[in-house]
Design a protein around this ligand. Structure first.
Ligand code: NDP
Length: 276
């Protein structure tokens, strides 16, 4: 019987993860089955435990459960420990081990696929949920000139920045801060990343005109549709990218953790974009 994997979330029906992992498995000759698993909002732990009890091998975790997954697993990889969010679970010797591959996914997509180096850029990260936590370390590691976090609930952005302040000093990134959306007027950024789930509802945080510096890139982690944020950014003259590349890159890292082999991502990105 094929080894069983799944993506767990709520909602989850939009997820392209099954397509991606099936493509990886075909490419690398691995025998796996990969499903979508809808967990009730108050039933994440039960759903996870049932999946592994019934012989599951690994899970991807999507919104809104990344923090709950962090609390649930028996042990954590170093990056997931720091991120306080888990997007990949692997069963090892009857123990659940948690990982976070979102950061690798984002940075690989930005720097390798989109050829947009982060070093010395003024970066605005919107959101302070599981995805934002997962990418903080990796963004800081690329040594941006500055990193500003904005979130609807400002306290959460402030807590997230405090959590990473020592890491940022250690990496030599001295300009890291949090602000409400209402206090962005007059600031300019080279890279604006939307890590909010507002796009799922066709919404976006309220942003001022003039936010994008010349040559700036607007990156929406949401994928598969033109979002209100990308529409706004395009009208403001920014280059735009959606999160499909990140999705495939983070999936490749999960696949490597589970199966010990890293698949090629370019053909799968092309396939999902309908270019292959
Ligand atoms: P969470 O539920 O953990 O966090 C949601 C975040 O969005 C919070 O910061 C929340 O703010 C904010 N938010 C929600 N609605 C609004 C709104 N109307 N206006 C402003 N802010 C809002 O979700 P995740 O962090 O896990 O996921 C965030 C997004 O990133 C999702 O769209 C997800 O699909 C995408 N994603 C894509 C990946 C990829 O590989 N491409 C990987 C991971 C995530 P508050 O704190 O105030 O509630």
């Amino acid at each position: 019987m094929s080894d069983r994997y799944a993506v767990i979330g709520n909602p989850v029906s939009h997820s392209k993860s099954p397509l991606i992992h099936v493509a990886f498995a075909r490419q690398t000759g691995q025998d796996i089955r990969y499903d979508r698993l809808l967990a009730p909002l108050d039933g994440f732990e039960d759903t996870v435990r049932r999946f592994f009890h019934e012989g599951g091998h690994g899970l991807n975790v999507t919104l809104p459960f990344k923090r709950e997954a962090w609390d649930l697993v028996d042990s954590l990889d170093e990056k997931a420990l720091e991120a306080e969010a888990v997007n990949t679970i692997k069963m090892v010797n009857a123990q659940l081990v948690g990982y976070n591959t979102d950061g690798v996914g984002l940075v690989t997509d930005l720097e390798r696929n989109l050829e947009f180096p982060i070093a010395n850029k003024r970066v605005l990260l919107m959101g302070a949920g599981g995805a934002a936590h997962g990418v903080m370390h990796f963004l800081l590691e690329r040594r941006p000139y500055s990193l500003l976090v904005a979130n609807r609930t400002t306290d959460k952005a402030m807590r997230m920045v405090s959590h990473f302040i020592n890491k940022s000093k250690h990496l030599g990134v001295t300009d890291i801060s949090a602000r409400p959306y209402g206090e962005l007027t007059g600031l300019q950024f080279d890279l604006v990343i939307n890590a909010t789930s507002a796009s799922l509802d066709g919404a976006m945080p309220l942003l001022p005109d003039g936010l994008f510096a010349p040559g700036a890139l607007a990156y929406d982690m949401m994928y598969g549709r033109e979002t209100a944020f990308l529409e706004f950014a395009r009208a403001q003259g920014a280059a735009c990218a959606d999160g499909l590349g990140m999705l495939v890159e983070q999936a490749a890292e999960s696949f490597r953790i589970w199966r010990g082999v890293r698949p090629l991502t370019a053909p799968v990105i092309a396939q999902l974009r309908g270019d292959a």
